[in-house]
Design a protein around this ligand. Structure first.
Ligand code: OXD
Length: 301
């Protein structure tokens, strides 16, 4: 089997070495324009040229959970598309969300240069709503539950999660939002979810709403959030993803007193875990066995 590797940033060598160690019988190379035809590709954010030159690919392994960058391209029509499942990302997402949730609710930021007493807060007043209840969303919801916050969840199709009151579909969205004060977005980016965090939806949150977006920048209409922060309906936001990344210099989020910006680091792709997972799936496919994490192109994730 011949496998191509591509990632626009970072060094390919440790990835190639790891994949070769796991799959010693395979021929594994970094993709270069004009590379000979391969059977599978392991990649992140490739140029269209890679797929134009490799229409015969049978399997494409995405080095991330979000498929949006890949699904924008013209893909080999018969290739199986496989996303990265968890691979150490879920626990990082859970840490990120719990960190900003607790930091906000417990008022851990020192905002004034004087000793100010803060009265204890009732966590029942901070119900957390998790949008997207796949592997990452369920892990985040379970972690938040450990801190005794009420948790509600929303997903496209109905899901049951222990301890979480769940809502589904367009019909369930208004009720989900009205029961939420801290909103966590972990949705895949699809035509249905683009711009889903806007003046109307964020305006339905309980007063003093707080947004944690660890999904994609295009879920959020940035000027709508700014307007709701300025009106006081929203108390703040922790944003890891942006419509334009890197976030441009001079963007109002950089110095906004109610916004914390992080550089798309809430769930980093971990090399060893990812290589083990992808190599395991390649071996399973070679044995003719099904694998998990196969993306439905129509659905977008
Ligand atoms: C992902 C990401 O999709 O890193 O995994 O954004």
């Amino acid at each position: 089997m011949r496998i191509l590797f591509y990632a626009p940033t970072g060094k390919p060598d440790p990835w190639l070495a790891g994949l070769r160690a796991q799959l010693p019988a395979a021929e594994i190379e970094a993709w270069q324009p004009g590379a000979p035809p391969a059977d599978a590709a392991v990649l992140w954010s490739p140029p269209q040229q890679l797929f134009d030159e490799q229409p015969q690919l049978k399997a494409v392994f995405n080095l991330g959970a979000g498929m949006d960058a890949l699904l924008k391209l013209q893909l080999p029509k018969d290739a199986l598309l496989v996303r990265l499942e968890d691979a150490g990302m879920a626990v990082q997402m859970a840490e990120y969300v719990c960190h900003y949730l607790v930091r906000h609710v417990r008022e851990f930021d020192q905002l004034e240069n004087r000793w100010v007493f803060r009265k204890p807060l009732d966590r029942a007043e901070f119900p957390v709503g998790v949008m997207g209840l796949g592997q990452l969303g369920s892990r985040v919801a379970q972690a938040v539950l450990q801190f005794d916050f009420p948790v509600v969840g929303w997903s496209r199709t109905p899901r049951d999660l222990p301890g979480v009151k769940t809502f589904a579909g367009e019909a369930g969205l208004p009720e989900f939002l009205s029961q939420t004060r801290v909103l966590v977005c972990l949705l895949p980016l699809t035509p249905d979810t683009r711009d889903i965090l806007n003046r109307d939806t964020l305006g339905r949150l309980k007063p003093g709403g707080y947004l944690i977006n660890v999904a994609r920048g295009a879920h959020l209409v940035e000027e709508d959030l700014l307007a709701l922060l300025d009106s006081g309906h929203m108390a703040g936001a922790a944003l890891d993803v942006f419509r334009t990344e890197p976030l441009p210099a001079g963007h109002p989020f950089w110095n906004h007193p109610k916004v914390t910006v992080t550089p798309h680091i809430s769930g980093r792709t971990l090399r060893e875990e990812s290589i083990r997972q992808i190599a395991g799936k390649i071996r399973a496919l070679e044995r003719g066995e099904p694998v998990a994490g196969v993306v439905e192109r129509e659905r977008g994730y």
